[in-house]
Design a protein around this ligand. Structure first.
Ligand SMILES: Nc1ncnc2c1ncn2[C@@H]1O[C@H](COP(=O)(O)OP(=O)(O)O)[C@@H](O)[C@H]1O
Ligand SMILES: [Mg+2]
Length: 614
């Protein structure tokens, strides 16, 4: 019987690809396993009781695993575990990169996010920014090589840190649709832009360029006029647009792209953000989702207005500086590596120049404590006395690491962001002083938006408060239960701030709590960057920031309660005032004029006491 050829499979130069992914490894693996099985059944092995592997047969199947292959199998580690989350992760990675690039280049960011559903389960995601653009040679590696980026090796606050974000989104698109990642980018000093299409060779974790053209292109940003029609585009002279086609699902709610973008606008008040989703209607004659998935179902574009989150400030955030590692945050293995790699000629110079907060005097003190000659060559130390040196570092008192590597949002800006996006009656924010965990500086900020009960439908008076979590200005939507932020919020006694709180749970009330951690290295619990690890120093700082917000909230709530009580009393008295005057009229035989005068006098008296009390 002849086997059917899958039209999506392409065979060339010994490689077999399915949906753009090299599957020749799997074919080779099957062939190899067949060979091993055949060998085991050979006459020499006839008497073997069991089909155990030998060192030789195991050796033949031992091979290197490329990082792309690893994450292709373990895509849940990067936030691609289900179609809905995949859509959010792809948007998140691209928007984070755009914001990082703009902040780094000192550009006020303007970003547009367009999601176009072309079939029930298929989406084209396009993110455009007015950032500095990317030089042509770097584009293939940035978008089609995992673990390639500019932020991993430096100690400076940024949204991305692992060099795995956008390339993973492209790889997911390639896996689920076979389509390449399309990048258009233009830098300031160039007349034209580049249009490049890339895929990942997952076996080698290397980019494959499918298209590379010089084009006349400028990033465009659309807004909608009040009648919902798309207006003319504003353009920028530089920027990047990345487009990924992928299998995904869209749903509104707390874990949606909409929520992510709204929260982005809160913590990035300097961001001008445009968003539209062109959601497809299921075909009328297609009932099952399976069938609808195969049909292109796009709606006419004019029907979908752009939503714009206006920027609330023209101020660009303070630029954080890169710092060197603090000796107290360095582990033994890293110390040995640093001593091996240092260009310094002596161990004293290495300590002084490769670490922060080590002066000439402190470097000598560390060497003395470790029993080392300060003039010794660092490479010698790396082999021998590194443990003594490590111990000496731990015992030496050092200044805390510098904190200009952090760029907090700021109290005024947090309040502006909250006021802009969350309707409320009371707002407050606290920015704590920087602290240190494992030698890494970090800073906690917290804010509260409290609405009058019933005035904001998103903040129910009888529901648990909404906790908005942020790390380096990036909203964290998933894994709230595993996050240090939630642990700190639940650990606070909110009853002392006039909120009800079931034991071991979030407080209840029409309130949103914002917590932001800024750090040179945010300790996420996994590569998908969704929850903060439970470092006691971090939980303590979050608690202090929230307690301060809580104190301010309780002042507001008691004042509001007092006012409401007085209002109630005033209404009560006003209701009976005419009856009182009538009684007085009858007892004291007042005429109408005197009765009116008594009512006025009582009114004035009541008002005076009311004002005095508030
Ligand atoms: N829109 C963009 N504009 C400018 N540079 C970008 C953009 N997107 C990505 N980059 C560059 O590509 C690198 C890799 O991005 P990514 O894979 O998301 O990793 P990370 O953000 O963790 O470094 C970034 O470090 C940045 O230097
Ligand atoms: Mg990134």
């Amino acid at each position: 019987m002849r086997r059917k050829v899958n039209p999506e499979q392409v065979r060339h130069c010994g490689r077999v690809e399915a949906f753009g992914v090299d599957i020749s490894f799997f074919k080779r693996n099957i062939q190899m396993k067949r060979k091993i099985m055949k060998n085991r059944k050979s006459p020499e092995n006839k008497n073997a009781k069991e089909n155990f592997a030998t060192a030789e047969s195991m050796a033949s199947s031992q091979r290197e695993i490329s990082v792309s292959e690893f994450f292709l199998k373990n895509r849940h580690l990067l936030g691609f575990d289900n179609p809905r989350k995949a859509l959010l992760t792809a948007v998140k990675e691209a928007v984070d990169n755009s914001l990082d690039a703009c902040d780094e280049a000192g550009i006020l960011p303007e970003i547009s996010v367009e999601i176009n559903q072309i079939a029930a389960k298929r989406f084209i995601v396009s993110i455009t920014d007015n950032g500095p653009g990317i030089v042509r040679n770097q584009i293939p590696k940035i978008f089609a090589k995992l673990l390639y980026g500019s932020k991993f090796h430096r100690l400076r606050m940024s949204r991305g840190q692992q060099g795995i974000g956008i390339s993973a989104a492209g790889m997911y698109g390639q896996l689920t649709t076979g389509k390449p990642t399309i990048i258009k980018s233009k830098i300031k000093n160039s007349k034209t832009g580049h249009h490049i299409e890339v895929q990942i060779d997952t076996r080698q974790n290397k980019p494959v360029i499918l298209k590379d053209q010089e084009v006349a292109w400028l990033p465009e940003f659309f807004i909608s006029s009040p009648d919902g029609k798309t207006g003319p585009a504003a353009t920028s002279n530089h920027g990047t647009c990345v487009t990924i086609e992928m299998e995904a699902a869209y749903a509104r709610g707390k874990l949606s792209v909409d929520e992510y973008l709204k929260q982005c606008a809160i913590v990035n008040p300097h961001l001008q953000l445009h968003y539209r989703i062109i959601a497809a209607e299921p075909a009328p004659d297609k009932t099952s989702a399976e069938d609808a998935g195969k049909e292109p179902l796009a709606k006419p574009q004019g029907e979908n207005p752009w939503i714009t989150f206006e920027r609330a400030t023209q101020k660009t955030p303070v630029q954080p500086f890169e710092i060197k590692p603090h000796p107290h945050g360095v582990e033994l293995g890293m110390l040995i590596q640093m001593l091996k790699d240092t260009p310094a000629k002596t161990v004293k110079a290495a300590l002084q120049h490769d670490f922060s907060r080590v002066s000439d005097r402190v470097a000598k003190e560390i060497c003395e404590r470790a029993g080392l000659n300060p003039k010794e060559r660092p490479t010698q130390i790396a082999h021998r006395e590194s443990e003594a040196l490590f111990k000496a570092i731990g015992e030496t008192k050092l200044m805390r690491p510098p904190t200009d590597c952090l760029s907090p949002i700021g109290e005024k800006e947090i309040i502006a962001g909250l006021e802009k996006e969350i309707k409320g009656d009371f707002y407050t924010a606290v920015t704590r002083d920087p602290e240190v965990y494992r030698g890494n500086p970090f800073q906690i900020e917290a804010g509260i938006a409290y609405a009058k009960p019933g005035e904001n439908i998103d903040l129910g008076a009888e529901e648990p408060v909404r906790v908005l979590r942020f790390a380096n200005k990036v909203p964290l939507l998933y894994m709230a239960g595993a996050c240090a932020i939630n642990k700190a919020v639940v650990g606070i006694n909110w009853k002392s701030y006039h909120l009800s709180q079931p034991s071991g749970s979030l407080p209840v009330g029409p309130m949103a709590i914002l917590v932001h951690i800024a750090s040179v290295w945010v300790p996420f619990t996994s590569e998908s960057k969704e929850a903060i690890a439970h470092y006691p120093e971090i939980i303590r700082e979050i608690t202090f920031a929230l307690q301060e917000c809580g104190r301010r909230l309780s002042v507001y709530l008691s004042r509001r309660r007092r006012l409401a009580e007085l209002e109630r009393k005033k209404n009560y008295i006003e209701l009976y005032l005419p009856h009182l005057a009538l009684g007085l009229k009858q007892i004291l035989k007042f005429d109408d004029r005197q009765e009116k005068a008594v009512i006025n006098k009582l009114h004035r008296m009541l008002e005076r006491t009311h004002l005095e009390q508030t």
